[in-house]
Design a protein around this ligand. Structure first.
Ligand SMILES: [Mg+2]
Length: 376
């Protein structure tokens, strides 16, 4: 079996209502989907996080190392691709492109052996995961104290037991919002907050100290991803654990975070940090450092299924009668292509999501639906 063809699909849709976070706004939602086709006409699907057009261009650039290669040799291909642009491509879009390719290769491997990816990766350790809701983005108008509190109450009513609140705008405003949400949902509901690196350490510390009494599970990306000293300063100032990693890449990048002891909840994105091959290595490294891992998830059902397959094999750390379990990041913001491109959507029931059990990613792509979102 050889790789015969590699295709990219740039998906793009205009949102019914733009939404923003601390450092950016989404008017459209896009994604780069990768299809790797073997010479016996079997397709594997992957997805790249980040800007879709540059990711698709990078996938194109990796093609000479892919065409004719054995698709089952996932680690060898990963090393070939990483080595191809190592000098200029250790982080960012080149690694997002490798991620999409690697996920597609794992999908193919699963189909070849008629087994789910998580089985081939040594699991499953778990067959379902509790999900937390990601949402609470800001609208262009309206009072966040009103519409965000209502949004979170909606998640609670749906059966979610935790939700992440977007912060990073202005300290007093953020503190008032977190307090209003906590007041509305009661003391038991899990709350995280995510500044999307919109703060420097001074403001991040001010917010952490202002909301510390509200029982916050983690403070995500309080400061820019390159500022590990900033993470350490915030961490030293508060009992709230630090989370981050959606802007970090490969075992080499995560090694530095782990060595510094900067982050308590490591959040590599399967579609960005190097794919399933690399995220399993990062997970094992986090395990060795005693750090919890909860993958970052932001994309279509392909990324969601890849994350679920990875989550199935995340090691307990430590094992026990009631070990700590990772939670799935379940993005609830508008993304018309997210579920539509799959023949069977991945949904939650009372905040619980089943890990797919079909061969490979365990999903079937609806090519017609894919074509309606495709702009290349
Ligand atoms: Mg985040």
């Amino acid at each position: 079996m050889k790789i015969a063809e590699v295709k990219t699909y740039i998906l793009e849709t205009t949102l019914s209502e733009p939404f923003h976070w601390a450092i950016g706004e989404a008017v459209k939602r896009g994604s780069c989907v990768v299809e790797v086709i073997t010479d016996d006409r079997v397709s594997g699907w992957g997805e790249c996080f980040g800007p879709a057009r540059p990711a698709a261009a990078m996938v194109e650039a990796y093609k000479p190392w892919l065409i004719g290669a054995d698709p089952l040799a996932t680690d060898k291909i990963w090393q070939d691709l990483y080595g191809a642009f190592r000098d200029q491509g250790q982080k960012g879009v080149p690694i997002c492109a490798i991620s999409g390719i690697d996920i597609a290769l794992w999908d193919l491997k699963g189909k070849h052996f008629n087994a789910p990816i998580h089985q081939l990766m040594g699991g499953p350790i778990r067959t379902e995961v509790a999900a937390y809701a990601t949402g609470t983005y800001r609208k262009r108008s309206g009072d966040p104290l009103d519409y965000i509190v209502k949004e979170v109450l909606g998640y609670q009513a749906e059966g979610f037991t935790a939700c992440k609140i977007k912060v990073g705008f202005q300290v007093d405003e953020d503190a008032a919002l977190v307090a209003a949400v906590r007041h509305a949902v009661g003391p038991q509901f899990g709350l995280m907050m995510d500044a999307n690196h919109g703060y420097d350490a001074i403001d991040a510390i001010r917010l952490a100290q202002a909301v510390e009494h509200l029982n916050i599970i983690w403070f995500e990306e309080p400061v820019p991803p390159e500022d590990l000293d900033g993470y350490l300063a915030v961490k030293a100032s508060t009992s709230i654990p630090m989370a981050g990693g959606e802007c970090e890449y490969t075992r080499f990048g995560f090694r530095e975070i782990l060595k510094a002891g900067a982050i308590d909840y490591l959040q590599p994105d399967t579609c960005a940090a190097g794919g399933l091959s690399e995220c399993k290595k990062i997970a094992d490294m986090a395990n060795a450092f005693g750090v919890r891992m909860i993958p970052h998830v932001w994309g279509t059902g392909i990324g969601l299924s890849a994350s679920l397959n990875l989550m199935a094999v995340l090691p307990h750390n430590p094992p026990g009668r009631r070990p700590w379990e990772p939670m799935l990041e379940f993005d609830r913001s508008e993304h018309p292509a997210r579920q539509a491109i799959m023949k069977t959507p991945i949904e939650h029931v009372n905040g619980i999501v089943q890990i797919p059990t079909g061969p490979g990613l365990g999903i079937e792509i609806d090519r017609q639906a894919l074509a309606t979102f495709c702009v290349n």
